[in-house]
Design a protein around this ligand. Structure first.
Ligand code: CUA
Length: 372
């Protein structure tokens, strides 16, 4: 008698427990669905929000490509997103329908739903359909990858080598005899005059990744390896990008700019960058400070004895828009702050605080400003 009573109350407990579990599971599924829907909605509307409110942070959007590989990548992405969204909506719709239609009702304990075992048709359908879908995705993706990788440079194409450093970009144009940093200059490609720029990507230390979202996908810069990519922007302007592979403390301030020149302008930029530094008699003091300090062991100023290669080439420093790999704009005040104590502007960067007097800093800034 007593044991029977005990068993009954155990049963009640068990039933309550499973009912609670059911409720919890439903809540978890619904929460998951809500999260997925919000994320999907965000991805779809992100581009429109940017159009409506402007872009104060200068964040670039992969859904607004302005160059060839990026355009092709966007088309494949949209196709993949469309297919996956359709699958998601069908699966989630069926799931919601089942949860609501077959939810636990009073009196359900008395009977068990009909049990069905094996259906060749259904099993065949849910095996073959996904295989077909995956094949469509493989074919479209591999065609795009092949298109991008097989692009051959024309005889007169511009070639540049981009070398990742902690935490800045060295940019060399071997055929033009130009070395610069952090700002890649390329010609715009016209309809009749296709001018893609071919990049060779290397690293001087750790792995980095070159990513300018509106121009192309990411390509890594790996030590002791040579990667290649190309870009073909059609609209002149400045395109922002950043290192997309964590590479240490200042990874977030390893910014890159691609400056796309309209026809004819690129040649003018090349002509300005080619000459060695001219000696300005007005900045002799600063020149002396620069050459007697260890600045020269890291930086090159072509045409002088400064031949260091650890830091950016300063021959035409004043022609650059930014300092410290895009960390700040290249104004006399910021240049001064940078030289006075680089560690304040970019904590952990490899340029040390040289402990110079305020006067020496002024003199060095005056000298650097002659490097046009
Ligand atoms: Cu270089 Cu992250």
């Amino acid at each position: 008698m007593r044991s029977g009573h005990k068993f009954k109350s155990l049963l009640v407990l068990f039933r309550e427990g499973t009912a609670r579990l059911h409720l919890l599971r439903h809540q978890a599924i619904l929460r998951g669905l809500t999260l997925l829907t919000i994320s999907a909605a965000w991805i779809v509307t992100a581009g429109h929000i940017e159009l409506a409110f402007g872009n104060p942070g200068g964040i670039t959007n992969i859904f607004q490509p302005l160059s060839q590989p990026a355009q092709e990548i966007k088309e494949v992405s949209l196709l993949v997103i469309a297919i996956c969204t359709t699958i998601f909506l069908i699966v989630a719709g069926l799931l919601v329908y089942t949860i609501v239609r077959y939810r636990h009702r009073a009196g359900d304990e008395a009977s068990e739903p009909p049990q069905i075992y094996g259906s060749n048709q259904i099993e065949l359908a849910w095996t073959v359909l996904p295989i077909l879908i995956v094949f469509v995705l493989i074919l479209v993706t591999s065609r795009t990858i092949a298109d991008i990788q097989n692009r051959k440079p024309a005889a007169d194409a511009v070639h540049a080598t981009v070398i990742g450093h902690q935490w800045w970009w060295e940019i060399r144009y071997p055929e033009l005899g130009i070395i610069t940093a952090n700002e890649l200059h390329v010609p715009a490609s016209g309809n009749n005059n296709r001018e893609p720029t071919f990049l060779k990507l290397e690293s001087a230390d750790v792995a980095h990744s070159f990513w300018v979202p509106q121009l192309a996908g990411k390509t890594d810069l790996i030590p002791n390896r040579e990667n290649r990519m190309w870009i073909e922007p059609t609209q002149p302007g400045t395109y922002l990008g950043n290192c997309a592979e964590y590479c240490g403390t200042q990874h977030a301030r390893m910014l890159i700019r691609v400056i796309v020149h309209p026809p004819g302008e690129f040649e003018r930029w090349v002509a300005e960058q080619k000459p060695v530094a001219t000696e300005d008699p007005g900045a002799l003091e600063g020149r002396k400070v620069f050459f007697t300090n260890s600045c020269v062991s890291c930086h090159t100023v072509r045409g002088t004895s400064a031949q260091g290669v650890f830091g950016p080439d300063l021959t035409h420093l004043m022609s650059r828009e930014t300092l410290a790999s895009g960390a700040t704009t290249n104004t006399p005040a910021m240049l001064r702050a940078w030289i006075r104590n680089p560690q304040q502007l970019k904590v952990g960067c490899l340029m040390p605080n040289m402990q110079m007097t305020e006067k020496e800093v002024d003199q060095i800034v005056a000298y650097l400003q002659t490097l046009k």
